[in-house]
Design a protein around this ligand. Structure first.
Ligand code: HEC
Length: 111
């Protein structure tokens, strides 16, 4: 009997630890990554000017490391949030798109 109770509680513990793991996974997945999220915003809004042989402002935004560099050490975040000199030049992107880049920085530039 003792053995049976121990087994049941072990199974219970196992189930608890599993369900905790399941809860943690979606949180990790909602973090902003370059792959898909950031690269989508850049490709849809910036890449026509900021890539190729002579990118505008000599700023190439066609890879993870280049976008990270421009965000970390350049004024990429400043320009996408500056209504007076916005990037892209036609006007500020949606709040949602700008949040992707702002969150990417605060969450540590996940690749
Ligand atoms: C229609 C072409 C065009 C698009 C689209 C565009 N840019 Fe630019 N970008 C320019 C030009 C031209 C300059 C240089 C003049 C200036 O700074 O306003 C520039 C300058 C910049 C600079 C300043 C670089 C420096 O060294 O100071 C940043 C940062 C930048 N762009 C980021 C972006 C980002 C991020 C996007 C997309 C969200 C974007 N740009 C979309 C044409 C573009």
């Amino acid at each position: 009997m003792k053995r049976f109770i121990m087994m049941i509680s072990l199974v219970g513990l196992f189930m608890i630890s599993c369900s905790k793991k399941d809860e943690a996974t979606p949180q990790e997945e909602t973090k902003v990554k370059y792959k898909n999220a950031v690269s989508n915003v850049i490709y849809n809004n910036c890449i026509t000017c900021h890539s190729g042989n002579s990118p505008s402002a000599n700023l190439d935004l066609s890879s993870y490391s280049k976008v990270k560099e421009a965000t970390q050490n350049g004024n990429l975040l400043h320009r996408i949030n500056d209504a007076n000199a916005p990037m892209p030049p036609i006007g500020l992107m949606t709040e949602e798109n700008r949040k992707v880049l702002n969150d990417w920085k605060s969450q540590g530039y996940l690749e």
